[in-house]
Write a protein that binds this ligand. Structure first.
Ligand SMILES: Nc1ncnc2c1ncn2[C@@H]1O[C@H](COP(=O)(O)OP(=O)(O)OP(=O)(O)O)[C@@H](O)[C@H]1O
Length: 620
């Protein structure tokens, strides 16, 4: 991430992407992408690939040149072959046949080398474009707010960065390998046949447009089906993700049969769409083959009658027939393009949908710096937040101030908006109205790096990344010493169990932290937030998986370790917030009270209800 005042805003074909300048590869790619994208083009594939392809002009030109060489060499070979038959064979001139044959061999070698070189260059372009696209999507999604990520869904975002990009990569490669030589083969072939006999050329001029018309007729239908197929694949990903992620719940509630049915339904939908697609494709192939075979019959029929009248020689007719079979092979290969192209067109639309989504938490153009004397006063001023699609706002006109050196607790019933409120501080999303300020600076005016260096957060869901305990703890400060890590683990009451692991800090962590218990995970996420000093610490229900004793020990340790920082604690348990300097009570998205435990317990009805609802008796 870029440092304050040191970042770029780039217009990317209706998309604004913010990226750190030191990421040269991505930066270069974004500049390319920003290059005058042909907005007028109605083809989503062209619009999407245009900027990326420009970066590989060298390889593109080389592919073009090599394809030209190999196609022209192929056509020239036909011409020479006709000469050998009409001159060498007809006259029985062996030396002419041998000399011309040696020349043919040399040309064939050039053709092979050019063909291999073209395939290599095309591969380079396609693979690089794929890499760049994946990178663009990944970095763009990174700029999204949490709500925007939720709107697309993780399955959709993964599919778009993987299989959709692969479809575009395949299209690029096939176009360069198959479609690029086609015009040269077409025009060159017509010229070659014209030179032999213009009447035979006329046949080619009729056959090719008929073929193109057949394909165009089916293209729209195929494209729509391909798009639907991709949606169905996404549907399967969606169901599978949920089932794999929720396997424990499924087993506990014996929902296997129900889940199996959901999967079967999603799978069947894909099968039905795939069958419709296969039917459309099944029509395409015989149509093209029919036109080609009819053209072959016409050439043989016309050629035979011309030969009988002596106006066409055997060599010329052989060349035309060979050219026709070569064209047939090329068209058959190009047919694969008609499967790949609609798939890529649908993929391009889906990728552009992601790229055209402008982040709602963009960094400021001219970021402000925090003052150098750390304080950490957190002010939330009159914020209103609504989730996309929800009728009512989740938070309405919420204001509170959390002071340095103090603990501010936020309590409220389930769904009252506590998590939503704390998520505003690190800008996981922004409020519809109102402001969040740290030491008087609006968080929207801070560079993301600066904001991250000021706010430490322990989210409600304890998530650890695959790696080691040390790599997870160093998330906020890659340079933290082992000693610092152990200190943080001590405060989080995690030292004991980490010491008990044979590898200690180097103990492996599975994706999501699945190889640790809920309480251990929670303690590790608390330690992670404590490794780097911050002005404001947010603990969102971060003690819920701890037993009462550990909860109390962690809070006691925190009071010592955090010192003068501002602490905001979201909690369900009254015992967790009992000694907070200030408790803010939320109810249905509004602040309905603020004060100490004693004050609220005496006068605030909502707080009293919460206290009463807790099974354990609460002390003064
Ligand atoms: N991503 C979302 N999309 C739509 N609505 C949401 C989303 N996240 C939360 N909500 C809704 O917003 C309201 C507040 O949710 P929030 O998670 O902030 O409550 P909370 O007080 O933290 O609840 P809990 O104590 O159960 O964690 C809830 O009604 C919830 O349904």
């Amino acid at each position: 991430m870029g440092s304050a005042g040191n970042h770029d805003h780039v217009r990317v074909c209706h998309v604004r992407i913010w990226m750190a300048p030191q990421d040269d590869q991505v930066r270069g790619m974004i500049i390319l992408y920003a290059a005058e994208c042909p907005r007028s083009s109605s083809c989503p594939v062209i619009r999407l690939l245009y900027g990326h392809l420009r970066g590989y002009m060298g390889f593109l030109v080389a592919t073009l040149a090599l394809q030209l060489v190999q196609t022209l060499a192929g056509l020239y070979l036909l011409q020479v072959m006709a000469d050998i038959i009409d001159t060498g064979v007809r006259r029985g001139d062996t030396s002419y046949i041998l000399a011309t044959g040696a020349g043919m061999l040399a040309i064939a070698l050039v053709q092979m080398a050019a063909s291999a070189g073209a395939a290599y260059c095309a591969g380079q372009v396609a693979v690089s474009v794929g890499r760049d696209l994946r990178s663009t999507i990944f970095h763009h999604v990174q700029t999204f707010s949490v709500n925007q990520v939720n709107r697309f869904g993780s399955s959709a975002l993964i599919t778009r960065s993987t299989s959709d990009v692969r479809n575009l990569q395949m299209l690029t490669q096939t176009t360069l390998n198959v479609a690029l030589p086609a015009p040269v083969l077409g025009i060159g072939g017509v010229v070659l046949v014209m030179r032999q006999d213009p009447r035979l050329a006329l046949l080619l001029l009729v056959a090719v447009p008929v073929m193109v018309a057949c394909v165009a007729l089916l293209f729209r239908r195929i494209r729509a089906l391909v798009r639907r197929m991709q949606e169905r694949v996404e549907g399967i990903h969606w169901v599978m993700r949920e089932q794999i992620g929720g396997i424990r719940v499924i087993r506990a509630f014996v929902r296997e049969a129900h889940e199996r049915q959901r999967f079967v339904a999603a799978n069947n939908e894909l099968v039905q769409t795939s069958l419709r697609f296969s039917r459309a494709m099944a029509l395409l192939s015989p149509m093209v083959m029919g036109v080609l075979n009819l053209s072959g019959v016409a050439v043989i029929w016309l050629g035979a009658s011309l030969m009988a009248s002596g106006s066409v020689r055997a060599g010329a007719l052989t060349a035309v027939l060979t050219l026709l079979s070569q064209t047939m092979a090329a068209v058959m290969m190009a047919l694969s393009l008609f499967v790949i192209a609609p798939r890529a067109a649908a993929s391009a639309e889906r990728i552009r949908e992601v790229l055209a989504t402008e982040s709602t938490v963009l960094p400021p153009k001219a970021p402000r710096m925090m003052n150098t004397t750390p304080a950490g006063m957190l002010e939330i001023r009159d914020v209103t937040v609504g989730y996309p699609g929800a009728e009512e706002p989740v938070l309405r006109g919420v204001s509170l101030t959390a002071y340095p050196g103090q603990t501010t607790a936020i309590v409220g019933s389930t769904g009252s908006g506590k998590t939503t409120l704390v998520n505003l501080v690190p800008r996981l999303f922004d409020p519809a109205s109102g402001d969040v300020l740290i030491d008087g600076v609006n968080v929207r005016e801070l560079d993301p790096d600066e904001l991250a260096s000021v706010v430490g957060m322990v989210p409600q869901q304890s998530y650890l990344f695959s790696g080691t305990i040390a790599s997870n703890l160093r998330f906020g400060d890659p340079d933290a010493t082992d000693e610092r890590l152990w200190e943080a683990l001590s405060v989080a009451q995690a030292r004991e169990f980490v010491e008990a692991l044979p590898e200690g800090l180097a103990a492996p962590v599975a994706q999501g932290g699945g190889n640790f218990s809920g309480g251990q995970r929670q303690r590790l996420t608390i330690a992670r937030a404590l490794v780097a000093p911050r002005r404001v610490y947010l603990f969102d229900d971060a003690f819920s998986a701890l037993d009462y004793g550990t909860d109390a020990a962690v809070r006691a340790g925190l009071a010592q370790a955090i010192g003068t920082a501002t602490v905001v604690v979201v909690a369900q348990r009254i015992s967790t917030v009992l000694h907070a300097d200030q408790i803010v009570v939320l109810d249905q998205g509004q602040v309905v009270g603020a004060g100490t435990h004693a004050e609220l317990a005496a006068h605030n009805t909502t707080y009293q209800e919460i206290v009463l609802s807790q099974a354990e008796p609460v002390g003064p």
